[in-house]
Design a protein around this ligand. Structure first.
Ligand code: PLP
Length: 428
C-alpha cells in the first residue's frame, strides 16, 4: 500500500504539533513507521489520505460502537449545529440524555457531564475524597484513567506504598496519595487497605481492563473488591469509560452484577464528540457544587452538539434489544477465527475477550495483569501490526490496547480479517 501522502502530512504536522500528534499513541512509536492520516470514515471503514480503505478495529478508541458517520448521530449534530454551538446555559437536551443514562445504568440517580474520560475520572476521585474526607486512592497497575496527575503512577519498588511519578510534572506529593495494586490480586488490595486504615477514599478500577490489552476480572474479583470497600468505608469507582454502554446497556456493573459507588463514562456516551460523565447515587452526587462543597465545572460541559450526539447514540443502543448480543457474537466469531489461523501457523498466542473487547497477545502465559500483559512479544506484535496494515486492517498501534468491535462490521469483514491474519501469520 502507498502511504506517501500520510507520511508527508506527518512531517508537516511534526513542525507545529509535538510529535506530530495530539495524543501520543497515535504517533506509532510502539510499532515504528509513521501514522496514517484519515480523510474520512463510514461504517466499519477508514479512508486515508492516500485513498486506502482500512477495516477499523480501533473505532476512535471505542466511541464508534455503531460505526463511523452513524446516520442518526450525524443528523442530530447537524440539526443542533444550526441552532447554535454553545451557550454556557442550561438546555433541555442535557436533562434528556441524563434521564436516559440514569435509566440504562444500575445504581445511579444523578449524572454530571464533562468533556473527556480524564475529566470524569479526575472529578470522580475529587468527589470521593470530598465525600469520605480521606485522601488516598488505590489504582491498579496497567489501568488507565486519563492523564490527570493522580493516575500517572506506575508500579516500581516501593510504589505500592508511596507511589513513583512516571511522568515528570507529577509531584511526589500527589504520587504518595496513589497506592498501586496488582489487577486481579485481591490479597494485594487487602494488604494496602490494612496498611492504610482510615486513609483511603476510593478504589478506582477498570472493571474490564482495556489499557493493557483486554483483561477480564477474575471470577469474584469485583465482588470481593465491593465487600472490602464496604468493610473499610471506601468508595468503589468503576471507570467505565471503555466498558460503559459497550459491554451491556448498564455496562460492567450490569454484566458482573456488582454495584459501584461512582461510575465514570466517556467514549460511547458522546457518540464520537468530546464527552465524559460521572454518576452516583443522590447521597454522593449531592456533594457536588452547586448543591455541595466539592467543586467541579466546565465552560463547554453539556455542550449541545456533544449532547445531541450522545443522546442519539444512547437512544439507538437503548432501543436495540439485540445490539450487545450481536456485538459479542461477532467478537466471538473473530476470536475463534484468529485462534484457528494462529494455531494452524504455530504462532504462540493468548486471546482475551469480553463482549466486544478483544486482544491478541504473543505469549502463552494467561494475561491477567500488567506483568503478564508485558510478557507479550513486542517484536512479533510489530510485524503483526504492519502486516495487517498492509492487508488493509487497522488495529491499535500498540500491544497494550484492546480492539473495539463495531456493529458496522459484517461477517465478510470478519472473514477478510481472519484470512489476512492467516497470511500475516506466515511472516511472523
Ligand atoms: N479511562 C479509561 C478506561 C480510558 O480508556 C480512557 C482513555 O482511553 C480514559 C479514562 C481517559 O479518557 P479520555 O481520553 O477521554 O480523557
Amino acid at each position: 500500500m502507498n502511504y506517501s501522502r500520510s507520511s508527508a502530512l506527518f512531517k508537516q504536522a511534526e513542525q507545529v504539533i509535538p510529535g506530530g500528534v495530539n495524543s501520543p499513541v497515535r504517533a506509532f512509536k510502539g510499532v515504528g513507521g509513521t501514522p496514517i492520516f484519515v480523510k474520512e470514515a463510514k461504517g466499519a471503514y477508514l479512508y486515508d489520505e492516500d485513498g486506502n480503505r482500512l477495516i477499523d478495529y480501533i473505532n476512535s478508541w471505542g466511541p464508534m460502537i455503531l460505526g463511523h458517520a452513524y446516520q442518526p448521530v450525524v443528523d442530530a449534530v447537524v440539526e443542533k449545529a444550526k441552532k447554535g454551538t454553545s451557550f454556557g446555559m442550561p438546555t433541555e437536551i442535557e436533562t434528556q440524555i441524563a434521564e436516559l443514562a440514569v435509566s440504562m445504568v444500575p445504581n445511579i440517580d444523578k449524572i454530571r457531564f464533562v468533556n473527556s474520560g480524564t475529566e470524569a475520572c479526575m472529578s470522580a476521585v475529587r468527589l470521593a475524597r470530598g465525600f469520605t474526607k480521606k485522601d488516598k486512592i488505590i489504582k491498579f497497575a496497567g489501568c488507565y484513567h486519563g492523564h490527570s496527575d493522580s493516575f500517572l503512577i506506575q508500579a516500581g519498588s516501593g510504589a505500592s506504598t508511596f507511589g513513583t511519578p512516571n511522568s515528570p510534572g507529577v509531584t511526589q506529593g500527589t504520587a504518595k496519595d496513589t497506592l498501586l495494586a496488582r489487577y486481579n490480586d485481591i490479597d494485594n488490595v487487602k494488604q494496602l487497605m490494612e496498611a492504610n486504615k482510615n486513609e483511603i477514599a476510593c478504589v478506582i478500577i477498570e472493571p474490564v481492563a482495556g489499557n493493557m490489552g483486554c483483561v477480564p476480572p477474575k471470577e469474584g474479583f469485583l465482588q470481593t473488591l465491593r465487600t472490602l470497600c464496604d468493610a473499610h468505608n471506601i468508595l468503589l469507582i468503576f471507570d467505565e469509560v471503555m466498558t460503559g454502554f459497550r459491554l451491556a446497556k448498564g455496562g460492567a456493573q450490569a454484566l458482573y452484577n456488582v454495584n459501584a459507588d461512582i461510575v465514570c463514562f466517556g467514549k460511547v456516551i458522546g457518540g464520537g464528540l468530546p464527552v465524559g460523565a460521572f454518576a452516583a447515587r443522590n447521597e454522593i452526587m449531592n456533594h457536588l457544587a452547586p448543591l455541595g462543597p466539592v467543586y467541579q465545572a466546565g465552560t463547554l460541559s453539556g455542550n449541545p452538539l456533544a449532547m445531541a450526539a450522545g443522546l442519539a447514540m444512547l437512544t439507538n443502543l437503548n432501543n436495540d434489544a439485540e445490539v450487545f448480543n450481536r456485538l459479542a457474537e461477532k467478537t466471538e466469531y473473530l476470536h475463534n477465527g484468529i485462534a484457528k489461523v494462529l494455531e494452524m501457523n504455530n504462532i504462540v498466542h493468548t486471546i482475551n475477550r469480553v463482549g466486544s473487547m478483544i486482544s491478541v497477545h504473543f505469549d502463552k502465559t494467561p494475561v491477567v495483569d500488567f506483568d503478564t500483559a508485558a510478557k507479550g512479544n513486542n517484536e512479533t506484535f510489530k510485524k503483526f501490526f504492519h502486516g495487517l496494515l498492509n492487508e488493509g486492517i487497522y488495529i491499535a498501534p500498540s500491544a497494550f490496547e484492546t480492539w473495539f468491535i463495531t456493529d458496522a462490521l459484517t461477517y465478510k469483514d470478519l472473514d477478510d480479517t481472519i484470512n489476512a491474519i492467516n497470511k500475516v501469520a506466515k511472516i511472523l
